[in-house]
Design a protein around this ligand. Structure first.
Ligand SMILES: Nc1ncnc2c1ncn2[C@@H]1O[C@H](COP(=O)(O)OP(=O)(O)OP(=O)(O)O)[C@@H](O)[C@H]1O
Ligand SMILES: [Mg+2]
Length: 513
């Protein structure tokens, strides 16, 4: 939006100059004339300025009606100007951002910057007023009030109000999102951090999210990876589509597979790819369906809600053991812990009472009025243990199997860990990986050059990996042989027992005869 710098005083310069002198002198004149006349002169000066000036001013103040909060529009303008116009300003203000890591540069006070939009030239001027009162203020922004003035010709009034300002708001927000420090939230208060769960503060505590995993570092089949990236991209760009078909803008992913195959790493890669916050939901720390609902409502848009190891978190299979059956089944669909407690009465049962139906509601987000895109991810080592209702399409839309390391995935790890794309040992490794189930975590561990010898020579890492694969292969063969022997022994025992039973049966029937 770079614009030609022009002076908005233009041909009206002499008139403005005279007016400005008059307005400037007014406070001095006011000291020597009666109060009534002074007030009249002030009003007159204002009217004169408004009447002659072809320019309009829009003021955007830092603090709105509520003194505690900085105006969102002001922040958006600040972000927009620092991004779009700060290059053209001569005086800048530099500060550390919210996370105290990134440098933020904004246009300094009283520095006018120009912008242009659909042929219109606009001037932005950041200013501040300082309170004359000799009172120390408790509230931020009371003593010093910053504001932006936007000045433009009145013929652009509609353009500015209807198009330019909404554009500045949207652009400013986008810049803020790009610059923000993403966060990892957790509902497990013992994990440290800010507001504890259920203590009247926020229900989530958070730390900066700094996981370095990306899709480039994720070792898996390239075609599957591409399909996931496509799916995520389509989701991110489908706001209108979801609105059109009347669906909440959310998508569920089920990541399943053996330990160490990259499920948690994949979540970090997705978060980094989409630039979303992550809410790591510890289900065992949630006491009731009501609390689960509160947690959902307090999540923001552009976020990933994660429940790791869902099969271990809670009994969600719907299959209850007989003794507990009666008690637990009365829980399904109800929030029995919603009932009013007597004063002083505490929760005797500290265990989670989240039910399957509570979780299903959570996923469906039926009671949620919050907009904005959300991704829900479950991880599990045992997909077969999960209730089909929990993972049906529509809830968990995409099922992704994270499998043992095969050759294509190995090549990604070799490139990332050793910087090696081709090697004479690759052939041997390929055939070993096809025959042996080794998790990417174990392969990665073998490739890590953690000793001086390995650091000097990537070859040593590959040789170590071959040794580990051969060992794993032998162990797998031994385990298989053991299993076969045990199965054979069990079968023989069963047959012997059956023979014995038949024999006994015959004896009994003969004695009856
Ligand atoms: N597919 C992969 N690509 C790259 N690195 C991987 C992959 N899988 C595992 N790793 C490495 O192994 C470590 C453990 O992986 P991760 O925690 O993602 O496994 P997981 O599937 O979540 O295991 P679990 O089921 O035990 O939670 C990671 O820190 C990562 O360095
Ligand atoms: Mg994991």
């Amino acid at each position: 939006m770079a614009g030609k710098v022009e002076n908005y005083w233009g041909v009206w310069a002499p008139v403005w100059s005279a007016l400005a002198s008059f307005v400037f002198l007014l406070p001095v004149i006011n000291n020597y004339i009666p109060a009534g006349l002074g007030q009249w002169l002030n009003t007159f000066a204002e009217k004169l300025t408004t009447y002659f000036s072809p320019y309009l001013h829009v003021t955007i103040s830092e603090y709105g009606q509520e003194n505690f909060r900085r105006s969102k529009f002001y922040l958006a303008v600040e972000a927009y100007l620092s991004h779009a116009c700060s290059r053209r300003a001569r005086k800048l203000r530099a500060d550390l951002g919210k996370d105290a890591k990134t440098l933020q540069v904004t246009v300094d006070d009283h520095q006018e910057v120009t912008d242009s939009f659909s042929g219109a030239t606009l001037w932005w001027r950041p200013s501040k007023t300082t309170s004359a009162r000799n009172v120390i203020s408790w509230y931020p922004g009371e003593d010093e009030r910053r504001y932006y003035s936007l000045i433009f010709h009145r013929r652009y009034r509609d353009l500015v109000l209807d198009q330019y300002l909404p554009y500045v708001l949207a652009e400013g927000r986008a810049v803020t999102v790009r610059n923000r420090q993403r966060r990892l939230f957790t509902n497990n208060a013992s994990g440290g951090g800010g507001g504890g769960y259920g203590r009247g503060k926020g229900v989530w505590s958070h730390v900066p999210f700094e996981h370095p995993a990306t899709f480039d570092t994720l070792a898996m089949d390239p075609d599957e990876k591409e399909a996931i990236i496509d799916d995520l991209t389509a989701f991110r760009e489908s706001k209108e589509y979801y609105a059109k078909v009347g669906k909440a803008w959310k998508r569920g992913y089920l990541l399943y597979g053996p330990p160490g195959t990259g499920k948690s790493t994949m979540i970090a890669a997705i978060a980094n790819f989409l630039d979303y916050d992550v809410y790591d939901l510890e289900l065992t720390a949630v006491k009731s369906n009501t609390d689960l609902r509160k947690l959902y409502i307090e999540t923001t848009g552009k976020s990933i809600i994660v429940i790791e190891d869902i099969d271990c978190s809670i009994d969600l299979t719907g299959k209850r053991n007989k003794t507990d059956d009666k008690k637990k089944s009365s829980n399904v669909g109800k929030d029995d812990d919603d009932k009013v407690k007597l004063p002083g009465e505490t929760d005797k049962d500290e265990t989670s009472k989240v039910t399957l139906s509570g979780l299903l509601n959570f996923i469906d987000g039926l009671w949620s009025a919050c907009g904005g895109e959300r991704i829900i991810i479950f991880t599990t080592n045992h997909k077969e243990k999960l209730d089909p209702a929990l993972i049906r399409r529509g809830r968990m839309d995409v099922h992704i199997e994270m499998s043992y390391c095969r050759f294509e995935a190995f090549k990604v790890l070799a490139k990332n860990y050793l910087g090696v794309k081709e090697h004479q040992l690759f052939g041997e490794i390929q055939s070993l990986l096809e025959e042996t189930d080794m998790s990417p975590a174990d392969v990665a561990e073998n490739l890590m050059p953690m000793s001086k010898r390995k650091k000097r020579d990537p070859n040593a890492c590959l040789v170590d990996l071959i040794d580990a694969l051969n060992k794993a292969k032998e162990e797998a063969a031994e385990a298989k042989a053991r299993e076969e022997t045990e199965a054979k022994a069990a079968k023989e025992k069963e047959e012997a027992e059956a023979r014995m039973m038949t024999k006994q049966g015959k004896v009994i029937s003969q004695s009856h005869c």
